[in-house]
Write a protein that binds this ligand. Sequence first.
Ligand SMILES: Cc1cc2nc3c(=O)[nH]c(=O)nc-3n(C[C@H](O)[C@H](O)[C@H](O)COP(=O)(O)OP(=O)(O)OC[C@H]3O[C@@H](n4cnc5c(N)ncnc54)[C@H](O)[C@@H]3O)c2cc1C
Length: 481
Amino acid sequence: MHVIRPDQPEYDGAGTPIQPALTPDLLADVREYSRNGARPWPSARPRVVIIGAGFGGLNAARELGDKDVDVLVIDRNNYHGFWPLLYQVATAGLELESVAYPVRAIVRKHSNISFMMAEVVRIDLAAKLVYTNTVALPYDYLIIAAGSANNYFGNDSLAEHTFGLKDVEDAELLRNTVLSNFEYAVSEQDPQIRQRLMTLVIVGGGPTGVELAGAFVELVNHVLVHDYPMLDISEARVVLVEASDKLLAAFPPNLRANALHRLQSMGVEVRMKTAVAAVEHDVVTFADGSTLESSVVVWAAGVKGAPLAENLGVKLARGGRIPVMSTLNLAEHPEVFVIGDIAYLESQPQGQASYPMVAPVAIQMGERAARNILARLRRRDLKPFRYFDKGNMATIGRRSAVLDAFHIRLTGYPAWIGWLIVHLMFLVGFRNRVVVLLNWAYSYFTYDRSLRLITGLKPEELKPPQPRRIHLTSHAGVDDQ
Ligand SMILES: Cc1cc2nc3c(=O)[nH]c(=O)nc-3n(C[C@H](O)[C@H](O)[C@H](O)COP(=O)(O)OP(=O)(O)OC[C@H]3O[C@@H](n4cnc5c(N)ncnc54)[C@H](O)[C@@H]3O)c2cc1C
């Protein structure tokens, strides 16, 4: 087996590549992978393993495409998820296929990039091995781009009884549950249970919470009102709960005020300075002891580094993120780069707040990490990460958004057009762009959403115990224990 490790003395006196110490077990694993994978691994070139095919990982891979390295991208899913449009899947505006794109279709454009669908369970930094659920893979350079997970701040009741919005399964489950609850409400005789079924609570007034609240209230007011003439739609409530006194905290005050006003005028109940203490079956308890009954509570109030960070053996920074040097690698293991949501780097030159967990940061970090790996192979100096801030935007609903970019601050229709264009540009795949554009045009002109099917993932199959299970017991007499 011919392996070059470029970050160690590479050649002996006779110019022969130095072989790494491969144990029999590791050799067996590597051979197993070589049999299953499209390309042999390891190869004669430096091996770069990238964990995560999200915004960061994919852009790092693209930057390494057709260079003199062999790249292996590993992801638990076989698709790249475009999370900024995920809320539209949850609110029946887009089909899930429109916000996801097969990783293999992206990487096959480069002959030096392979993909493996697997769950990475452990990384041995000392041995330079990535353990997946199936094989162990050696690397010369590693890019960790595993993204983020919901942060419930140690509150088990939140983790257990709220819906998340982190991947397509979450979005599909949320859509199915909301639509199912309206179906059950039709035959529900008890007004209290009916009200609970038609009440949606979203916790967290950041962009995800605001976009979700706006889209849900539009779904109710423009679509479900016609679908369910037998229901008194005025009983339906969309409640947005925010612990601080600010919605969209990253935006300037006038845009925040505009977003609040717009949401309220659309019919969203916005509760500021209201912290959620617990969520049990169908009941939200606030910090002041008051309660609200709701069958669907969405948690959009906190994120932390992906769980993979926790078993790396590195002291983690705030938010369970992996601290990196300005060149995006680890001080103790310079061959390991960490990028995107899972990386913690204080922004330069202020040196106080960390870079936000947003797609542009992940994209630019991916490019910088890849360029630094190439620089290292060419024995050049690594460059520090510099973020080019292109601004913030959030949509609030039909014909309404807020946009803050390059000292331009827009609200309403112009901001909404800007939001549409940017999201279409960054969406991966021509088909997806066309389908999304057609869906948006259809919804815009008809006020309709054609994707309100209850299919695939059902609440009771996936995440028991869920609020709807309680309803099934009381409503249809089904014992769910
Ligand atoms: C609902 C929602 C809306 C958002 N809206 C916006 C927005 O409007 N604008 C914006 O800029 N940002 C937005 N973001 C944030 C943005 O999506 C993230 O900042 C960005 O995705 C981070 O990129 P990443 O590469 O670090 O992680 P991700 O893009 O999340 O990719 C991580 C990848 O790693 C994989 N992975 C994780 N762990 C493992 C493992 N153990 N084994 C194998 N694979 C693994 C995952 O499957 C995933 O594909 C939003 C996020 C969400 C969830």
